[in-house]
Design a protein around this ligand. Structure first.
Ligand SMILES: [Zn+2]
Length: 86
């Protein structure tokens, strides 16, 4: 009788350990997923460049570049700064 009770206790303990382990795994997976999502979001922030004429920051994709590789917020500011003709 004592042996059966001991086996039942061991079984319950084993089930409990399994449940806790599964819960921890799920939590870890959620945290990893969250970290991945944040990394993805950080990567989507566009690189900002500074206009050499007025100093405003614009996304690289919207910036205008002159022949020397300098960035401007608009063609007008590129012209005002020398227009890359130098
Ligand atoms: Zn500008």
């Amino acid at each position: 009788m004592n042996l059966i009770r001991l086996l039942a206790m061991l079984f319950l303990l084993w089930m409990l350990v399994r449940l806790i382990r599964r819960w921890l795994d799920g939590r870890r997976a959620r945290l990893a997923q969250q970290a991945r999502a944040e990394a993805e979001q950080a990567r989507q922030v566009p690189e900002m460049v500074r206009c050499q004429q007025c100093g405003i920051h614009v996304p690289m994709a919207e910036a205008v570049t002159d022949g020397a590789g300098r960035h401007f917020c608009s063609p007008a500011h590129r012209e005002a700064h020398g227009g890359g003709r130098e």
